[in-house]
Design a protein around this ligand. Structure first.
Ligand code: NAP
Length: 295
């Protein structure tokens, strides 16, 4: 079924997602704060909207923006999508609190579905994202053709939209904790004379045979930190969101403090164990975690 879809936010993720919607044959109207990022999509057949509101007049308007502030600007700012007839499908990694506010505010209009995603920009480009959707079942069903065009699987986690954001934030916390653990283990092994690549081969061939260890493990081994698929401020933003909701739900998360500190450090390398560095030890610096693409 061909849908009339608005797409707002053409950053690393959003541009790729909107491209797949166009390729799938949907009628796509795009808006981005920096208008030039829409040029390639318009060349492929998308329509350029002059305002966010103009992009929200169809069946569904999908948003993929940096953070809470960006989404608030697009919804509640000048010519925002607040009260628009389209179902608002929100893919950004945002706070549970904002998801709750958007759900209440969009109730009288088109409705609100939270649909954050797992997968990095290459997965977005290949339409291989995992979508975690929550909201009214009839609204999610209506959005299915659009969600199918950007993903390999849509998980439904209930009728309360903010639950999807809680799942996403929990997942991002676990990714960052896994990366931290791998970086520390690799540093330890390398300082003892074991090549990190060998360690990774053993671990992913035994108990750690999972995409998170394989994907990020290879990046650590190869010191492949640029270009960042996921900018450091976004990673810190996510860990701050986890911290806020953990406080609200009175859930102690001591490990969160460690990964949050790494992100706040802005990607500085640090030597585990200290001491005078010989060349081999210099290579054994823990990698600049803050620059890894981890979502
Ligand atoms: P990005 O490349 O930095 O793009 C951010 C988008 O937000 C751009 O379109 C930007 O517009 C827009 N924006 C920022 N501030 C704005 C404002 N005040 N008003 C209007 N628009 C504003 O980020 P991304 O990597 O695509 O990530 C987008 C979202 O997906 C984030 O919530 C991120 O946490 C989440 N996510 C990212 C990944 C990943 O691996 N990258 C994976 C899963 C989820 P301009 O072009 O004008 O700057």
């Amino acid at each position: 079924m061909i849908m009339r879809i608005g797409f707002i936010g053409l950053g690393q993720m959003g541009h790729a997602m909107a491209t797949n919607l166009v390729e799938a044959g949907h009628e796509v109207t795009v808006w981005n704060r920096s208008p030039d990022k829409a040029d390639a999509l318009v060349e492929r057949g998308a329509t350029r909207a002059a305002t966010p509101a103009e992009a929200a007049q169809g069946d569904v308007v999908m948003t993929m923006l940096a953070d809470d502030a960006a989404l608030e600007a697009v919804v509640y700012g000048d010519a925002g999508i607040f009260g628009a007839p389209a179902v608002h499908v929100s893919h950004s990694t945002i706070s549970v609190a904002l998801a709750e506010r958007l759900t209440a505010d969009q109730d009288g209009a088109g409705g609100y579905v939270a649909a954050p995603v797992f997968g990095r920009p290459p997965a977005a480009a290949a339409a291989m994202l995992f979508v975690v959707a929550a909201g009214r079942a009839d609204l999610i069903a209506r959005c299915e053709p659009a969600l199918d065009a950007i993903s390999q699987r849509v998980f439904r986690v209930g009728e309360t939209p903010s639950a999807a954001n809680l799942v996403k934030l929990s997942g991002n916390f676990m990714i960052m904790a896994a990366v931290e653990a791998m970086a520390e283990a690799m540093t330890l092994a390398e300082k003892g004379g074991v090549e990190p690549a060998l360690l990774l081969e053993v671990l992913t061939g035994t108990l750690f045979n999972a995409p998170v260890y394989k994907t990020y493990g290879e990046m650590l081994v190869e010191h492949r930190f640029t270009p960042a698929g996921f900018a450091a401020p976004l990673g810190l933003k996510d860990m701050n969101l986890v911290d806020t909701v953990a406080g609200r739900l009175r859930t102690p998360m001591p490990l969160l403090g460690v990964v949050r500190r790494d992100r706040a450090g802005g990607g500085r390398c640090r030597l585990v164990g200290g001491g005078r560095r010989r060349p081999a030890q210099r290579r054994a610096l823990t990698p600049p975690l803050a620059r890894l693409s981890v979502a």
